[in-house]
Design a protein around this ligand. Structure first.
Ligand code: MRU
Length: 359
């Protein structure tokens, strides 16, 4: 995707020693490029959300493992430390567990490094291809809605940022939106601000603006009202972990959007690559680990004032706050899953018909 008309990814190799990322904490007001050179840099970048979004967390961890091998760390210990940075997005484990047995079987450090680098590149390129295909499959759904209301704009609501900034390119929830916009289908996006970190207001709005997609930022509580008044044709969100039965963990507040969509007969789609499925789980509410982050993200809010980024306090001194990062939407509220292999219903049989190797 593009920033200021320039092709850009969220993570890339600067040289053998340095991986570069966009430090997303500064968006949308500043574009800050950060160098990651040590394993600690990668762990800090994931934990402190310089990078965020399930597929991008996966790629960053995979490059972090490469740097850990360069530093001569034990593969198992490095994988364990990287996996401890953020608990909910399963893409993190997916990206590094898959290479661990190979790393453990290699004696020579230089060969271990090369294997880890090869894995990081593969995870990254696979994500780009998967997101592009999600866009193609999701486009068909948007075109279907457009056919039911010719001459009218298709209004899509999204929550958080499941855009290209959460991935490497295209995004998951945004990929069908970009595909539709590029194909000339008129779309407009309702962007939930997504408290407390405001990924919608800061990052999704930024992406859509850069790509020229019409959009409107709304407070998180507005979605139900818009749906009651026929102003939302479909919801598309991303996922951090989806069970084999179709339960979906995504940014806190997603569940409430699904309930409102269900009550108003608005189709609720989840866009995700196969790296976001946790094939070991069946009951999302009971089994998916939900990250709890610092209360300061709730008690304070970050914004721009006279060229300076500031955090200001919202709540009374000493009022306790709690900050759950994600919630789980049960499969029964999900109209369909948009994957790189096609669209399916959110149930085990339909999911396995797309992924028979996971039987
Ligand atoms: O806490 P974040 O910003 O990492 O949460 C991101 C989300 O919840 C996204 O919707 C999800 O990772 C899907 S990304 C394509």
């Amino acid at each position: 995707m593009k920033i200021n008309g320039q092709q850009q990814r969220t993570i890339w190799e600067k040289d053998e020693m340095t991986i570069q990322i966009i430090d997303q904490r500064s968006l949308p007001h500043e574009l800050v490029i950060e160098n990651l050179t040590t394993t600690q840099d990668f762990m800090d970048a994931i934990r402190e959300m310089h990078v965020r979004g399930a597929p991008l967390i996966g790629s960053t961890a995979a490059y972090g493992l490469y740097v850990a091998m360069r530093e001569g760390l034990d593969p198992k210990a490095a994988v364990k430390a990287l996996k401890a940075t953020r608990p909910t997005a399963v893409n993190l484990a997916y990206a590094i567990d898959r290479i661990l047995p190979t790393l453990q079987s290699i004696d020579n450090q230089s060969d271990r490094m090369q294997a880890a680098l090869h894995n990081a590149r593969a995870v990254t390129e696979e994500s780009v291809v998967d997101c592009r295909k999600i866009g193609e499959h999701g486009l068909t759904l948007i075109e279907g809605i457009r056919q039911q209301k010719p001459d009218k704009v298709v209004n899509i609501l999204t929550h958080c940022n499941a855009g290209w900034m959460a991935c490497i390119d295209y995004g998951t929830a945004t990929a069908p939106i970009y595909a539709a916009h590029d194909a000339g289908v008129p779309v407009h996006v309702w962007v939930d601000e997504t408290r407390p970190r405001n990924q919608g207001a800061r990052i999704t709005a930024f992406e859509l603006k850069e790509h020229g997609v019409p959009h409107t930022v709304i407070v998180d509580n507005a979605g139900g009202h818009l749906m009651q008044h026929g102003m939302v044709d479909m919801v598309i969100v991303g996922s951090d972990r989806t069970t084999r039965t179709g339960d979906v963990a995504n940014k806190i507040g997603t569940y409430l959007k699904a309930l409102a969509a269900h009550d108003n007969h608005v189709p609720f789609y989840v866009a995700l690559p196969s790296s976001t499925f946790d094939w070991t789980l069946r009951d999302g509410v009971a089994e998916i680990p939900i990250e709890t982050r610092a209360a300061a993200e709730v008690t304070h809010i970050q914004g721009r004032y006279k060229d300076q980024t500031l955090a200001v306090q919202l709540t009374p001194d000493k009022s306790p706050a709690i900050n759950y990062g994600f919630d789980v939407t049960p499969a029964k509220y999900v109209t369909g899953l948009i994957t790189e292999r096609g669209v399916c219903a959110a149930n085990e049989e339909a999911i396995l018909s797309l992924y028979p190797e996971q039987q």
